[in-house]
Design a protein around this ligand. Structure first.
Ligand SMILES: [Zn+2]
Length: 322
């Protein structure tokens, strides 16, 4: 899989390191799948690369013993923390991190800790970590990542230098998916649009076979009226329900765009362009608007963990062209 590294951010770190202005804590903020933790990892590698330290180069060499240990995940002075398969970063993980940061570095010039998605730290974890952020031990670099900066303790955010990651433009992501991942144009267009320009998210969707999944949603809920079994299956699983609603929302937005005279490159479901063109004539503006409102409402209900079985069934009735 192609790694997602934000070269612009990496270069900023490179300049900071070179000029001796590297601070002790950074918060990389941006949407999920945009390459924050991959970039953090590259920074950790760069900081300790022996050839870079010797002044022989400005990037990581990938060959010295530090780079090799980093790439094999065995660097003793680099700690990576995430929530793993659970839904939060626990106090025990933070306690262990703190005690390791207090020890002398084994071999690195800078000990690095990378904490992924700090929004999932428990309140206890955040508070314990705050002290380390306030009084960092010397020679420590902390790189935190978050996709929702506003949901974190303000005291944590304010003690970090925030570096923002912005999504690439949809055309740029589409080009990369075609060039680097060998996708056809309609798939690349769909994944670039649906991931809102996040290359990492787009690749993840592709690996999960999302093109087929989203077409199953459309086939079963837009083009078929005998889809009770399918609907039941979807409704039994919240993430699947959410995905189905999001796919339908993008489908009806496509119809609205076409009805308003929009261009082909604005369409999400480019792989089904001909069907969209035919279908667009069968809905009125008001009908599409109504469906979009219902979809947005259903997504909100789902977000609040409310039962959306009835709204979804009513929605399906509306979707069918009478
Ligand atoms: Zn190296």
């Amino acid at each position: 899989m192609n790694k997602v590294i934000n070269l612009e951010v990496l270069n900023r770190f490179s300049r900071l390191i070179k000029s001796g202005r590297l601070a002790h804590a950074y918060l990389l903020a941006g949407p999920k799948g945009i390459g924050k933790s991959e970039t953090a990892f590259e920074v950790a590698k760069l900081v300790n690369c022996e050839k870079r330290i010797a002044g022989e180069r400005t990037d990581a060499c990938e060959q010295c013993s530090s780079c090799i240990k980093m790439n094999s995940g065995n660097h003793p002075d680099v700690y990576r923390i995430d929530c793993g398969d659970t839904d939060s970063i626990k106090i025990e993980q933070i306690r262990e991190l703190i005690s390791r940061l207090q020890m002398r570095a084994f071999e690195a010039s800078v000990k690095v800790c990378i904490i992924k998605d700090i929004e999932v730290m428990t309140a206890q974890s955040s508070n314990a970590f705050l002290k380390t952020l306030e009084e960092p031990s010397k020679g420590t670099l902390m790189i935190l990542t978050t996709s929702v900066p506003e949901e974190n303790l303000a005291t944590i955010v304010s003690r970090c230098h925030v570096m923002k990651f912005y999504p690439s433009s949809v055309p740029a992501v589409r080009e990369r998916l075609m060039k680097d991942d060998g996708l056809d144009a309609p798939s690349a267009q769909f994944l670039a649009q649906f991931s809102q320009g996040c290359i990492g998210k787009a690749r993840e969707l592709n690996e999960d076979g999302f093109m087929k999944q989203k077409n199953d949603v459309i086939n079963n809920l837009v083009f078929s009226q005998g889809s009770d079994v399918y609907l039941k299956k979807i409704l039994a699983d919240k993430p699947q329900t959410q995905t189905a609603l999001s796919v339908l929302l993008s489908w009806f937005r496509d119809l609205l765009i076409l009805k308003s005279g929009g261009k082909q490159d604005q369409i999400v479901h480019l792989d089904r362009y001909d069907e969209l063109l035919t279908l667009e004539k069968e809905y009125t503006f008001a009908k599409i608007d109504g469906i979009i409102d219902e979809l947005v409402r259903a997504l909100a209900l789902l977000g609040e963990n409310l039962n959306i079985k009835i709204p979804f069934i009513l929605l399906r009735e509306k979707i069918w062209v009478k």
